[in-house]
Design a protein around this ligand. Structure first.
Ligand SMILES: Nc1ncnc2c1ncn2[C@@H]1O[C@H](COP(=O)(O)OP(=O)(O)OP(=O)(O)O)[C@@H](O)[C@H]1O
Ligand SMILES: [Mg+2]
Length: 327
């Protein structure tokens, strides 16, 4: 496998929810690819489709009301969307694993951590009970759990929120996945613990060569972690590029708004933090124009009539804006 190999390709993904109020186009024509070992951020406001994109990748969309109505998700060239459920199950958790915002949704409160980790390792790696326990202790230690050989027999409620998230990281990396999807892994934690957990995740995945998709509201979080950034708005990726290019040369007015709303340590406290005016659009019955135009200070006539195509700024930097990304 080459270092630059694209291990995951999402092509024209469309995931819709068929509700009484209408069709929710939660993800509409999303494409991106992830290289071996790459750390990719997906950023956007609440409801922009970040979680639905990633739940689609591991085939965990609740059907009904949800349905993947278009596109392909290629993992090493094989389309996950046309794979039998049994085959997907062997990939999910082992080759592509996921950490959610609230560890309690993934940890079973009635089972000891040891039972949960050992079962997963035996199932996916075929390890003996003794070897699985050793491996689990090793992973918990790497994730910074003190006295892991004793703590492993605790129940989830015996850990603090930050420690639970460390357990989740240990668990999700224990089968040495190729891709870790982390959906707001730290937003339930306080700021100092958030930074520690992100550092830990970065350190461990770097060391193991795991590719990461990090989903977050905050461009501040992705800045220090990610090689590349995708900015999502109303079910679409409106800008993508290398992290440095996105921060130094943001081309979409929405991205510029997100950057302005990141708290700055070098600015006096008295300055009020910028927030993008208006609300994210309702993704039911979206018009076929640029969905950002009602909130955009740079909107022109054409923005109200048609969706902008991607403008290519080179080096993998794209933005979907009629202004052609002029700042
Ligand atoms: N089961 C569902 N039924 C109907 N609509 C849904 C369902 N799940 C998600 N949606 C809708 O899909 C859209 C995208 O949701 P998604 O959870 O991906 O947002 P998100 O970007 O992850 O937001 P957040 O930052 O709040 O987690 C939203 O409009 C949401 O209301
Ligand atoms: Mg979400």
């Amino acid at each position: 496998m080459g270092e630059n190999e694209e291990i995951l390709q999402v092509r024209n993904l469309q995931t819709h929810f068929f509700t009484d109020e209408g069709v929710v186009k939660a993800v509409d024509d999303v494409s991106f690819s992830l290289r071996k070992g790459e750390v990719m951020g997906i950023v956007g406001e609440s409801g922009s489709g970040k979680s639905v994109t990633n739940l689609s990748i591991i085939n965990l969309i609740q059907t009904p009301p949800g349905k993947i109505v278009g596109g392909e998700i290629l993992f090493h060239g094989d389309n996950l969307l046309s794979m039998p459920e049994k085959q997907i199950r062997a990939i999910r958790g082992a080759k592509i694993s996921m950490i959610f915002q609230d560890p309690m949704t993934s940890l079973n409160p009635f089972l000891r951590i040891s039972t949960q980790m050992i079962e997963t390792l035996r199932l996916h790696q075929g390890l003996s009970k003794k070897m699985a326990r050793e491996k689990a202790i090793e992973m918990l230690t790497l994730a910074g759990i003190p006295a892991a050989e004793e703590r492993i027999d605790s129940y989830p409620h015996q850990f603090s929120g930050g420690m639970c998230q460390r357990v989740m990281i240990a668990m999700s990396l224990s089968c040495n996945p190729e891709i870790l999807i982390a959906d707001e892994p730290t937003s339930a934690l306080d700021v100092t613990i958030q930074a520690q957990i992100l550092d830990l995740m970065k350190g461990l995945t770097d060391r193991l060569g795991t590719a990461v998709i990090l989903i977050t509201h905050s461009l501040g979080v992705v800045a220090g972690m990610c090689d590349t950034i995708n900015v999502m708005y109303a079910g679409r990726i409106v800008e993508r590029g290398l992290t440095a290019d996105i921060f130094e040369n943001p081309r979409h007015p929405y991205t510029r708004g997100l950057i302005k709303s990141v708290p700055r340590l070098d600015k006096p406290n008295s300055e009020r933090l910028f927030s993008i005016p208006g609300q994210p659009p309702n993704v039911i019955d979206l018009p076929s124009c640029c969905p950002f135009f009602p909130r955009c200070s740079e909107a022109q006539e054409i923005c109200k009539t048609a969706y902008p195509g991607d403008t290519d700024f080179g080096n993998g930097h794209f933005a979907a804006c009629w202004n052609g990304g002029k700042p």
